[in-house]
Design a protein around this ligand. Structure first.
Ligand code: MF3
Ligand code: CO
Length: 256
């Protein structure tokens, strides 16, 4: 991606990310036992309308397939790209990740959280906490002069020290005028390698972690990614601005 230089573009990008965080925040309050993932997707559409933005996912294509949902909603062994479904009703013990990418005045904000439904086992909570910790260790490396591999290595090292699996098939990414821009931000790698980070870059950093084996497969809908062993998985994401000082998390709901 081309680092954002103009004050005007940076202002719009900040706003896009703040709105993405607000939509996600509103959705998290709705994610309760008895609610279907289809209801969450419909609510996402409404919230986006209310905040004057649109989904970056709706009709997004991979090959010839257009994504039919407004956000991605992935439950338990669904790792990413789950599609809202009337038959998927949240129940106690589930974890649900909601991935909200929106376009606002030509800029994209991208963020994901994984929330608990009712009583979640300590084992599964530990997975979610580790994913969040890995994300923040990665964010801490998003500094001018560092390289993408510094972010990747920080995530991988922590996740593997916890005994969890790191997904290699999907990565974080640059984000700005488009949802997916260069550089890719893998969740595995070596320090000091890969593209150089510059002030003005906006990066979607998003660890995708499995409790068991990192082997995955894509379901019959052509989108939903599942763990091969059926064990739970977790995905958490922020959009982060590289500056000449501390990294700045743009997708905090408090920015709204
Ligand atoms: N927002 C996701 C990401 O973090 C990608 C969504 S894929 C789509 O990269 F098909 F749903 F658009
Ligand atoms: Co992303």
């Amino acid at each position: 991606m081309i680092p954002i230089k103009s004050e005007r573009d940076l202002r719009v990008m900040r706003r896009a990310c703040a709105i993405a965080a607000k939509v996600l925040d509103d959705l998290c309050l709705m994610a309760k036992e008895g609610v279907s993932t289809w209801q969450l997707d419909q609510a996402a559409k409404q919230f986006m309308q209310k905040y004057g933005c649109r989904s970056a996912c709706y009709k997004y294509r991979n090959d010839s397939l257009r994504y039919p949902g407004y956000i991605c909603i992935s439950v338990n062994d669904q790792l990413i790209h789950g599609i809202g479904n009337k038959d998927v009703i949240l129940k106690s013990g589930d974890i649900v990740s909601m991935d909200v990418s929106i376009v606002y005045q030509g800029f994209v904000g991208d963020n994901t959280r994984t929330v608990y439904i009712g009583e979640v086992s300590p084992e599964v909570r530990r997975l979610v906490e580790a994913t969040d910790k890995a994300l923040h260790l990665g964010i801490a490396k998003a500094r001018q002069g560092n390289r993408v591999g510094d972010i990747s290595a920080a995530i991988q090292e922590y996740v593997e020290s916890c005994g969890y699996g790191v997904i290699e098939e999907f990565t974080g990414h640059g984000v700005g005028k488009h949802m997916h821009e260069e550089p890719a931000i893998p969740n595995y790698g070596k320090p000091g390698t890969g593209p150089l980070l510059k002030a003005g870059m906006t990066l979607a950093i998003e660890p995708m972690i499995t409790m068991g084996s990192p082997e995955i497969y894509i379901g019959d809908d052509g989108w939903t990614v599942y763990t091969a062993d059926g064990k739970p998985s977790c995905h958490i994401e922020h959009t982060v601005l590289v500056t000449n000082d501390e990294p700045e998390i743009l997708t905090l709901p408090s920015n709204f």
